[in-house]
Each structure stands twice: as structure tokens, then as C-alpha cells.
Design a binder for this molecule. Structure first.
Ligand code: UDP
Length: 418
């Protein structure tokens, strides 16, 4: 199990990236880093664990520091009422109908007021992730610095009342960053596109010995012989775990297989426990469905489970980027994903996996992949290459450093690196 102390102690990692990605990639990073060296990049989000943002920051902060950029990470504080409100905002921004009351906006404002009183804003660039901390921008005039809103979710078709509440905050930022062009909004501020990333050296993604994989399967009583379908996700309705169970049941009528649904909660997601109960009920009575509630920092176990799997699902109904897809592709696994959000960037239809629109579609593709080992192998190789070229941490860190540089040259169209 990894802990915070492990990931802070990471000097010498750049050389390891050279081994995987080649010298040029890392030299390029160093070149850009030279232009933003010693600047402070302060990240602020709403949870230290659980979910993609925490996952990325955990890996990105040490790499920035190793490159000479002083990166830090603060987490806003909020109570259950605040996270109920921000979860409703999250769903509403994704286009799900939510009843949002004036009192909920008051809860949001009051929590951010409280954080404004206690938080130290010390970055040269302050990068706030997602809607939860977005309202901290109120003190920008007084604090100064450059403020960037990093939106990881799709806000292209939001519920109007929530977006109209957030927009005045967002437009006070110096810039906004979205993961995909389709996620963005018409805004009066500059916008940048930056796809998320995974770290090939993390416990979640590094190569494992076969014995390590075996031990994890044994621990959870999973049969090594029969094909394994898997979805790794927080227990969240938008990840459609019940749809995955339904698809597995259809596949199982034709081929022997097992299903793992593994996930943990996130402190900023209050719905998790209820969804887990629904999943456990749906799985009850089938010993081949393994519902695993994993504690934070179960990265090696997740890595092992994915490596042991035959086909990976990410059957989301709505999605931000969906880091789990790149994590699986990197391990050369074919992925069946809901045709939503960033999953569409990662799955190239028939090349790195399959995009699906229904339970039936997911079941059909899973059965097809289970029956065709050569297809699985080809798709797996393609997926690995696609991630290597587009979705690794090195590219992500370079993009952020280039944004820091661009913010220092606000009226210049070209910034020279040498
Ligand atoms: N994850 C994890 N433990 C879990 C469930 C998920 O570590 O129990 C990780 C997963 O491997 C991925 C991230 O959390 O790195 C989820 O990111 P994604 O973008 O897929 O979804 P989000 O949870 O942010 O909606």
C-alpha cells in the first residue's frame, strides 16, 4: 500500500521516464521547466483521495518539484451539507436534473467564505480544480496572483441555474482549462485544452510480477482460469455498475466468466454508500460477481486486478475524462466504454476498444472479445501505444508548465523557449 510519504520521495524519477519514453521527451520537459523554474504552482481541490483529480495531483506534484517548479496541493474543508450540495452541482453540470434551492447556494457560499478565512494563498499561479473550490476566486483582487480554473468535467450542457451561479465566478479567472473541446463553454476568458494523464511509474500502472497478481486474486477468491470482466470505479450511478452486472449476466449465458466491480468511496461523494448497497443487492447470490470495496491507496491491488482481467468495462453514462480507461489501455487491455466524455478520446472504435450505448451493446462486445484472443491482443497493443502518445503524465506536466509560461506573457501570441 502506498502512502503520502512514498510519493513525496521521488527524486530520480525523470531518469526512469527516459527509459520508458526516450531521452527527447524528458529533455523537452526540462527545457520548458527552465522557463518556469522556482515559480509556485498551488493546486486546490476538494478531496485528498478518491477520484481522478486526486489521482493526478498525487503523481504530478512530485514531478513538477523534481523539475524545479514549486508545486503544492491544498484541500478545501467542507461538511456533509457542503458535499451534498457540490455533488448535486456536479450532477447538474453533467446535465442530470437536480433540484437546487437558494439555501444550497448559501451553503456553498458560506463554506467557501470559511475556507477563504483559513487558507493560505501562496502560489504564483493558483490552479483550482472543478466547481467545489471555484468560488474562492472572490478574493483575487485583494490577493493578486494568477488564477486558473481547471474544469475536469463536461459543462457543455449544464442545468441552467447551477451554471448561471458558477459562471460569474469562472469569468473572474485568468484562464480556464478543459479536458476536451466538447466540454467547454462560451467564456469571456482564455481557455486551454489539456487532456488528463496517468503515470506509468505509479503503483497503479507499473509492471507487476505474475506472483503479485496471483496473490491478489487469491486474496479475493477469484478464479485464475476463467475469463474475468472488470470495472474499477467509485460506486456512482453515473458509472453504471448495475448496467455492468446486467451486461455480465447476458455474456454469462454464452460463455463462462466472472465479474469484478472494485471501487472505493471519495470523501466528496456522499452517494457512494447507497450505490454500493444497490450493487451488493444486485450481485447477491452469484459467487462469480466480486464486489470489492477498496480502501484508499489500494493501487497495487487495482493494478493486479486489471492485469488479471480479460476485458475491462468503463460503462459510464456520463464521464469526465475517465482515467480508468487509460489505466487499462496502458496494461494492454481491450476496453468497452460508454460513448461519453473523455472515454471517446481514449477508445478509438475497433482500434483500442469499443464504444457502447446500451447494456446489450456492452454484452455483445464483451462476448466478441472473450471469443477472440487475437483481437484482444491487437486492440491491447494499440491501446498501449495510444496512451503512450497522448495520455502520460510527462505530456500533462509540460502542458501545465506551458500554461504558466503563457500566463506570464498575456498579450504575446508566440513565446520563445530559448
Ligand atoms: N480509483 C481508485 N480506487 C477506487 C476507484 C477508483 O484508486 O476504488 C482510481 C482509478 O484507478 C482512477 C481514479 O480513481 O485512477 C478515477 O478516475 P476517473 O477519471 O476514472 O473517474 P472519477 O472517479 O474521477 O469520476
Amino acid at each position: 500500500m502506498a502512502s503520502r510519504a512514498d510519493w513525496l520521495n521521488v527524486s530520480g524519477r525523470l531518469e526512469q521516464y527516459e527509459e520508458i519514453l526516450g531521452r527527447e521527451t524528458v529533455d523537452e520537459l526540462r527545457l520548458v521547466a527552465d522557463r518556469v523554474r522556482d515559480r509556485r504552482l498551488q493546486n486546490i481541490n476538494s478531496t485528498p483521495v478518491g477520484g481522478g483529480v486526486a489521482e493526478i495531483l498525487t503523481r504530478m506534484i512530485p514531478m513538477l518539484n523534481e523539475l524545479g517548479v514549486e508545486a503544492s496541493w491544498d484541500v478545501i474543508k467542507g461538511d456533509q451539507a457542503f458535499f451534498d450540495v457540490t455533488k448535486a452541482f456536479h450532477n447538474a453540470l453533467h446535465g442530470k436534473v437536480e433540484r437546487v434551492t437558494p439555501e444550497m447556494f448559501d451553503v456553498y457560499r458560506a463554506t467557501l467564505e470559511e475556507n477563504l478565512r483559513t487558507m493560505d494563498f501562496n502560489g504564483d499561479v493558483i490552479l483550482l480544480h472543478d466547481p467545489q473550490p471555484a468560488g474562492l476566486i472572490q478574493r483575487k483582487q485583494e490577493i493578486g496572483r494568477r488564477w486558473v480554473w481547471r474544469c475536469h468535467i463536461d459543462v457543455s450542457a449544464p442545468q441552467a441555474d447551477v451554471w448561471e451561479f458558477l459562471r460569474p465566478y469562472v469569468e473572474q479567472y485568468d484562464a480556464a482549462v478543459f479536458s476536451m473541446p466538447e466540454f467547454s463553454q462560451q467564456l469571456s476568458i482564455p481557455q486551454y485544452l489539456v487532456a488528463p494523464s496517468i503515470d506509468p511509474l505509479s503503483d497503479k500502472n507499473k509492471e507487476l510480477e505474475p506472483e503479485q497478481v496471483d496473490r491478489v486474486l487469491e486474496k479475493y477468491g477469484i478464479d485464475r482460469e476463467r475469463p474475468l470482466l472488470i470495472q474499477i470505479s467509485r460506486f456512482d450511478r453515473l458509472k453504471d455498475p448495475l448496467g455492468v452486472i446486467a451486461a455480465y449476466r447476458m455474456v454469462k449465458k454464452r460463455q463462462p466468466c466472472q465479474l469484478v466491480l472494485a471501487g472505493g468511496g471519495a470523501p466528496d461523494d456522499p452517494e457512494g454508500e447507497q450505490v454500493l448497497r444497490e450493487v451488493q443487492e444486485a450481485a447477491a447470490g452469484d459467487p462469480d460477481i466480486h464486489v470489492l470495496l477498496l480502501p484508499p491507496f489500494s493501487d497495487l491491488e487495482i493494478n493486479a486486478l486489471v492485469r488479471a482481467s480479460t476485458v475491462v468495462f468503463q460503462k459510464s453514462l456520463k464521464e469526465g475524462f475517465g482515467l480508468t480507461v487509460s489505466e487499462a489501455l496502458w496494461k494492454r487491455k481491450p476496453v468497452i466504454g460508454g460513448a461519453v466524455g473523455g472515454i471517446k478520446q481514449q477508445i478509438i472504435e475497433g482500434v483500442t476498444g469499443f464504444l457502447v450505448y446500451s447494456v446489450e451493446g456492452a454484452a455483445t462486445r464483451a462476448a466478441q472479445l472473450l471469443a477472440d484472443e487475437q483481437m484482444r491482443r491487437t486492440i491491447g497493443e494499440n491501446g498501449h501505444l495510444h496512451v503512450k502518445q497522448n495520455f502520460l503524465l510527462t505530456r500533462h506536466v509540460k502542458d501545465y508548465m506551458l500554461i504558466m509560461l503563457a500566463l506570464e506573457h498575456p498579450r504575446e501570441h508566440i513565446v520563445y523557449l530559448d
